[in-house]
Write a protein that binds this ligand. Structure first.
Ligand SMILES: C[S@@+](CC[C@H](N)C(=O)[O-])C[C@H]1O[C@@H](n2cnc3c(N)ncnc32)[C@H](O)[C@@H]1O
Ligand code: SF4
Length: 309
């Protein structure tokens, strides 16, 4: 596994805390029109030349929308909008690199989304080449990519390997077909397993699975079974999110049947489901207590990393 053991003291300290979404800087409550290009320029210019930086590249496109998703992303069936976006991103990379005092050392790169692996393989390779030209990559740099297993090809795995990607994060959420239907994300175990195999065959063995609890129609048993199936695929890491339900902010979440959310005291799923996930106990309401997230009330229970605004 090669990971540091989870420290109980840290878990105890933060498990009930209301924390900001740490992928965003400045964090949402601090974000305002007062933060502009000049500030960025000043911050970039003031970076110590020897300290490593982490680069985050957001690719806001998907082939279909998952109703729970709290990330800024757009559906596109065509490649043209992605290509246009990548050319703007290349320009942004150039601007950022020019404002830094010198080629900044890079310890981490993260391609998030959306679905970064929708970028054409050759375009992805060219993007990584540009980053390597503009920044000074550490030999040990972690280069990570978020992957939707439903849209992951052998050609893309080849490109990731050639680009030096050494870590992958796969969206799984739940293996329960009833939950999958309720969130508009139908993804078979075979699709997830094939993506894992594809990555391993291309030398990418540091694999994370994203799972979510608190989704519509989800039960404790359903969560346990999803986790068991996921563990059998032997990823080396899990990111487990409490579902952040903010329909007032994320319009797509209005498609979620709120009566089916586990913190609503609605009838058990008995009789509606089929097979091994049917009719199990719901998550106890206190697992989905409200907490303040980015100034809004949500019903999510816990976050280790949360959707960006
Ligand atoms: C950008 S997506 C992952 C990559 C890829 N687009 C996919 O879905 O497979 C990032 C992750 O954020 C989590 N996520 C998205 N919306 C969420 C929400 N409303 N509450 C909690 N977690 C959420 C999901 O676990 C998702 O896999
Ligand atoms: S969870 Fe992933 S695939 Fe689904 S809409 Fe969000 S970013 Fe796109």
């Amino acid at each position: 596994m090669g990971q540091e053991p989870l420290q109980t003291s840290i878990v105890k300290k933060y498990c009930d805390a209301r924390l900001p979404w740490y992928t965003i800087y400045p964090t949402v409550p601090e974000f305002s029109a007062a933060v502009g290009a000049k500030d960025c320029e000043k911050w970039l210019g003031g970076l110590p030349a020897d300290d490593s930086v982490s680069l985050y590249l957001h690719i806001p496109f998907c082939r279909s929308i998952c109703w729970y998703c709290g990330f800024p992303t757009t559906i596109t069936r065509r490649d043209a909008p992605i290509l246009n976006y990548v050319s703007v991103l290349r320009e942004e990379i150039r601007l950022v690199a020019e404002q830094a005092p010198q080629a900044l050392p890079v310890s981490d790169v993260h391609f998030g989304g959306g679905t970064p692996t929708l970028i054409e393989p050759a375009e992805f390779l060219a993007l990584m080449e540009l980053l390597r030209r503009r920044f000074a990559f550490r030999k040990t740099a972690t280069i990570a990519v978020e992957i939707d297993p439903r849209a992951f090809t052998v050609e893309m795995a080849e490109a990731l390997e050639a680009a030096g990607v050494n870590r992958a994060s796969l969206g799984v959420q739940s293996f329960d077909p009833i939950v999958q239907k309720a969130i508009n994300r139908v993804q078979s175990e075979a699709q997830t397993a094939a993506a894992v195999e594809n990555l391993r065959q291309h030398g990418i063995s540091r694999i994370n699975f994203d799972l979510i609890f608190g989704l519509p129609n989800q039960t404790v048993q359903s969560c346990v079974e999803s986790a068991t199936t996921a563990v059998a695929m032997r990823p080396d890491r899990f990111a487990v999110f409490g579902y952040a339900h903010v329909p007032s902010y994320m319009k797509r979440q209005r498609l979620i049947d709120e009566a089916a959310l586990p913190d609503k005291r609605c009838p058990r799923r008995t009789g509606r489901g089929r097979g091994r996930y049917a009719g199990r106990r719901r998550l106890p309401p206190n697992r989905a207590r409200p907490f303040r997230l980015a100034g809004r009330r949500t019903r999510a229970g816990a976050e280790s990393r949360s959707p960006a605004a």
